[in-house]
Design a protein around this ligand. Structure first.
Ligand code: CTP
Ligand code: CA
Length: 226
């Protein structure tokens, strides 16, 4: 079997997890970002390590303690995160893209602090690279798990992202719930997989959920083997 069905089911496996927001610079003192706290990604890294994996955590700027036994690589921008993940991709067994990657960055990064002008201003933006989609196109043996932050039609959009990005699973998150999503200690998610696989989790702490997500995915992968 691909995974060892024991207490350390991820022993001998390399797991790469991305967490937190990215920062996209405007000038030396300003950037674009989002409200991601990194808690879900850090909880997943802690869980992967406890389940026996060699765990690499590629982290955007957050203020959380580093889980013991986990190797952290700090990145700032979407481009920095892409490079760090690609560096580890070939020998990774599982990649979990928990990070809230910026979809856009300023088209021009000003070398000096921008001065205000009379009246309104506009900021020109360009798209960042979709890291999950890039990995979905490149993957050979890797199990690819994405997240989806949605405010409406959660499962429909998550299924769309699963297919479009060639991921194996999407963890879909209703970010309008007060007990879920950005910044909270708890989360309510639906795990979506191929062939209409769907597993609904009750609201629980992100730490508890992290372990349950790995256990549920590993159990389903085992089922698929036979
Ligand atoms: N993602 C990524 N690179 C990006 C944007 C998103 O790897 N540049 C990943 C996220 O880490 C997440 C998944 O794609 O695992 C879905 O992110 P989400 O923001 O929900 O979806 P998008 O595809 O960006 O679509 P939209 O924001 O328009 O809903
Ligand atoms: Ca997005």
């Amino acid at each position: 079997a691909f995974f060892q069905p024991k207490e350390l089911p991820l022993k001998g496996k390399k797991v790469v997890i991305t967490a937190g927001p990215t920062r996209e610079r405007i000038d030396p003192v300003r950037f674009l970002t989002n409200f991601s706290s990194g808690k879900m990604g850090y909880a997943l890294a802690e869980a992967a390590n406890k389940l026996g994996a060699e765990t690499i955590l590629v982290s955007g700027p957050v203020s959380l303690p580093i889980p013991s036994g986990v190797t952290v690589e700090h990145v700032e921008s979407a481009e920095g995160m892409l490079q760090a993940v690609l560096h580890h991709f070939d020998d990774a067994d599982i990649v979990v893209k928990t990070a809230a990657v910026a979809d856009y960055r300023p088209k021009y990064v000003h070398e000096q602090k921008m001065k205000k002008q009379a009246g309104d201003a506009t900021l020109e933006l360009e798209r960042t690279t979709d890291i999950l989609m890039t990995l979905g196109q490149k993957k050979t043996h890797q199990l690819l798990i994405g997240f989806a932050a949605e405010t409406n039609d959660v499962e429909m959009y998550a299924k769309g992202k699963l297919a479009k990005k060639n991921a194996d699973y999407i963890v879909a998150n209703d970010v309008t719930r007060e007990d879920s999503g950005f910044g909270t200690d708890t989360n309510t998610v639906v795990l979506i997989g191929k062939d209409n696989f769907e597993h609904h989790f009750d609201n629980m702490s992100k730490k508890q959920l992290a372990t349950k997500l790995f256990e549920t995915i590993l159990a389903h992968e085992e089922d698929l083997q036979y």
